[in-house]
Design a protein around this ligand. Structure first.
Ligand code: NAD
Length: 410
């Protein structure tokens, strides 16, 4: 199933509950603007490199557009469109005053030098600077991008429009970034997981975890799961995986992955495990925190976890989701589970607009409050309507966007 059709299925389930007309559905689904640009530059070896950059601006009914910028060789226009709509529902679920957007460039960052990455980022800004901006569309890091990329982005944009720190979030602390932004998505994942377990009569301490992905989201989630007393028994990334039924030594694994170009592979404190073995691990919590589309009809019946926490965007195909519902495996949906990142991005934007700094304690306190309040609303909706947490989150998100659209007028 195509990613766009899959996203449509989740959308329609909630739209049915809200009784949305087909015209309203079309209005909410069609992106406001799709930008596709050529990025041409001279590579380090003197040859010409040509790449394609995308920015999809899905819906701005609730405020300026917000969404990550992904550098990955599999980036394509359809995927960016789906991820942009996901951002619209996500910002609405956690009630941030934003719409949804997403961008990406189809490049393999591992094959590029820092100079080439900087040139590509600056060229991309040259092409799109008119359609982004602090009150228009505010990119942030996603897979393959980081605070350095955001620093280049802000610097290039400011050459056209004057000093504009609020044009991107996820910047370095030295360049108007926020305390707690780097850890935010992983922290938010663990905060809502804890709330889910407590509502389900369980607790985080002692829960076993299998985690796919050990990048920004996965590594910080691992740290907070570990701090909360959970036992992480398996971790994998693009290079391979490690497992240890007694629990992996997470501080040691973090140090290993940091010092080793091949990620978690080769860690001496566990046995080697493949990505498919990890997805089938017998654990309480399965946490996909890497690519989309990893849980499908082909492997959904192998999953033995009791809860799936969608730290990645769109990790579950709708047919797999249906199987999980039938098997009473609880899925905490991406538009809630990984919303901690955009929430602290919002705090960063607020600080930039106000030229004021929050300390880490305030960022964490506000993040935890928003995540727990949002979880409670989704849980209550799911209980009242007898629907999955995903459908409940979509009902809340679509409802807020739909009402803002109607109130604002078309
Ligand atoms: P990242 O680039 O920092 O890390 C990605 C991780 O996935 C790496 O450990 C990589 O090795 C692993 N990976 C890549 N291909 C894999 C494969 N085929 N099998 C197993 N592992 C693989 O990216 P990130 O920022 O941590 O983002 C991870 C996911 O979380 C993405 O789906 C992203 O859209 C989503 N997300 C990120 C944020 C954020 O703030 N960074 C916020 C919300 C959602």
């Amino acid at each position: 199933m195509h990613a766009i059709e899959a996203a449509r299925l989740y959308f329609d389930k909630a739209a049915d509950h809200l009784g949305l007309s087909s015209n309203m559905r079309t209005l909410l689904l069609v992106p406001e603007r799709e930008v596709k640009v050529q990025i041409a530059l001279e590579m380090d070896n003197g040859e010409i490199g040509t790449f394609i950059g995308f920015r999809v601006q899905h819906n701005s009914a609730r405020g300026p557009l917000k969404g990550g910028l992904r550098y990955h060789h599999e980036v394509d226009g359809d995927e960016v469109t789906v991820l942009a709509s996901l951002m619209t529902w996500k910002t609405a679920v956690v009630n941030l005053p934003y719409g949804g957007a997403k961008g990406g460039i189809a490049i393999d960052v591992r094959k590029l030098s820092a100079t080439e990455l900087e040139k590509i980022t600056r060229k991309f800004v040259d092409e799109i600077h008119d359609v982004v901006g602090p009150d228009k569309d505010i990119p942030a890091p996603d897979m393959g991008t980081n605070s350095q990329v955001m620093a280049w982005f802000m610097n290039q944009y400011s050459k056209y429009h004057g000093f504009s720190p609020a044009v991107v979030t996820g910047k370095p602390l030295e360049l108007h970034g926020s305390e707690g932004r780097e850890e935010a998505t992983g922290r938010g994942v663990v905060t809502v997981t804890k709330a889910l377990l407590e509502r389900s009569g369980r607790q985080l301490a002692g829960a076993t975890v299998a985690l796919q992905g050990f990048g920004n989201v996965g590594s910080f989630a691992a740290r907070f799961f570990h701090d909360g007393g959970a036992k992480i028994v398996a971790v994998s990334d693009q290079f391979g995986g490690v497992s240890n039924p007694a629990g992996l030594d997470i501080p040691a694994l973090l140090a290993h992955a940091r010092d080793n170009k091949a990620g978690v592979k080769g860690f001496s404190g566990g046995q080697s495990i493949t990505n498919s073995e990890l997805l089938a691990a017998e654990v309480d919590l399965l946490v996909p925190a890497a690519l989309g589309g990893v849980l499908t009809a082909a492997n959904a019946r192998d999953v033995r976890a009791k809860f799936i926490i969608e730290a990645a965007n769109h990790p579950t195909h709708p047919d797999a989701d249906e199987i999980f519902n039938q098997r009473e495996i609880v899925v905490l949906p991406d538009i809630l589970a990984n919303a901690g990142g955009v929430t602290v991005s919002y705090f960063e934007w607020v600080q930039n607009q106000q030229h004021f700094r929050w300390d880490l304690a305030k960022v964490r306190q506000e993040l935890d409050r928003i995540m727990v309040e949002s979880f409670d609303k989704v849980w209550t909706m799911a209980t009242e309507k007898h629907v999955s947490l995903r459908t409940a989150a979509y009902i809340i998100g679509l409802g807020r966007v739909g009402r803002a659209t109607v109130l604002g007028g078309i």
